[in-house]
Write a protein that binds this ligand. Sequence first.
Ligand SMILES: [Ca+2]
Ligand SMILES: [Ca+2]
Ligand SMILES: [Ca+2]
Ligand SMILES: [Ca+2]
Length: 491
Amino acid sequence: MVGCGDDDTGTEDTGTEDTGTPDAGEDTNVGEDTNPPPEDTGTMTGAACDSVRTETLAVGEQTISGNTADGGSLTLTNCGGPEAGTLREVIAVEIPGSGVVGVTFTTGTAVTGETDTVVQVRPAGCADETDAVCFDDEDTDGGIFYSTGGFNAMGGETVHLVVTTFPTGSADAPEPGPEAAWSMDLNVVADPAAPVLTGGTVSAMDGDALAFSLMGTDAGADVVNFTVTFLDDAGEPIEVDEDGDPATEGTFTEFLFAFDEDVSGMTEFTAVSNITGVGTVEDLEGFAALRVALVDVYDLRSETMDFTPTTVTTVGFGEACDGEMTVCPDTLECIADTCQAPAAVTEACDALTPVALTAGTPVTQTVSIAAGDGLFGGSCGLTGGAEGMIAITVPAGDFDLEVTTDNETNGMVEDLDTVLYLRTVCADEASEPEAEDAGCNDDIESGNTLSTLTIEEAPEGTHTVFVELYGGIDEGEDPQDVEVTISLTAR
Ligand SMILES: [Ca+2]
Ligand SMILES: [Ca+2]
Ligand SMILES: [Ca+2]
Ligand SMILES: [Ca+2]
């Protein structure tokens, strides 16, 4: 299933100008308000709109092709990299039939190959960027640089597709993209069904992230995104500065987001999305509500629905929770209105008998680490495997605590790669001391994969030391003994 737009994440806006917060990895010169005339690079054959080719589309699948060498120069605003007299080919596609027609396209074809293409859809005419939409990379992060998208138009209309290769050079010294043969697969659908937004919830998590859960239907099973407009106390859309610089003009009101999991292929669905970074957009401070619409692959929109977000706070181990307004972190469960560790974790912690430490008398214990998954994890190394656990009691006083697997016995075991971590509360992962190499240590140094923790001014009380093998031991393999030495030194 093809996607709509050139990116699914982040704070991309879908305003009519396709400007605003750019996709990651793209250089879009959002600060530029004027359209500089394209430079004559000598390879141009003239303005691209002088050499427009017409293709009449039919309902169903088809392929059109061309070569950017046959195009000319044309300025694209904030679409596909630095503005320079890049080679553009413009295809006027005639939309068949009558009524609403949906078109999806991709340049991800054998002809285009690895070429980094950019496609701009211009509904208003070859030289008119009104309502133009830009499609650059199928998946920038995934390194897929061909262009995939969709749009809708009325049967009988002509829509201009600008096809180009991504310019090279830098923003200051742009070079035209290379001359390249391309082809584009298109699918044309008559009377595509628009999505219907039937309900949902929005939660504001810990004052920053927004968690959307949207219910909807789409007879075409091709919903891909949703739009969000933030509303102020009066219910009016909040205008967001395009580039965060109040000195330059340009605002937008609508953000386009993708869902965490693809719902295309489903005619009825509950789609979820977690949006972070909302708190970093100054204009959105104090927003009161959200206006949401579903968007399908043809950019058809559902009716909007307004949501007032429920404020949800994540609370820690031992704190009161209700599972709705106050929730526990993923590793804990809300049991009897308190965030608690799963029963197996509590049992494993309760089974330990603490060793009372005395300054100047190191304690060495051997733990056996089993194969398979474990119950606990540290903040460093790979700690998905089973763990050895030692409870210790630090007396009142001014002591440094050192825990190490670095000894001769362990050194004799070939490739022994340990990870050590410590918690002041056995069942609470948040109780791991945060100082570097105090709460968790994987390798002592490059070339020594054993581990040492050092906690200065160790707090009085019972703590738990966890010993793991980096990455664990595969199921069916023998357990591994590891020696651990714990010492307390008066400061
Ligand atoms: Ca591209
Ligand atoms: Ca649809
Ligand atoms: Ca583990
Ligand atoms: Ca290690």
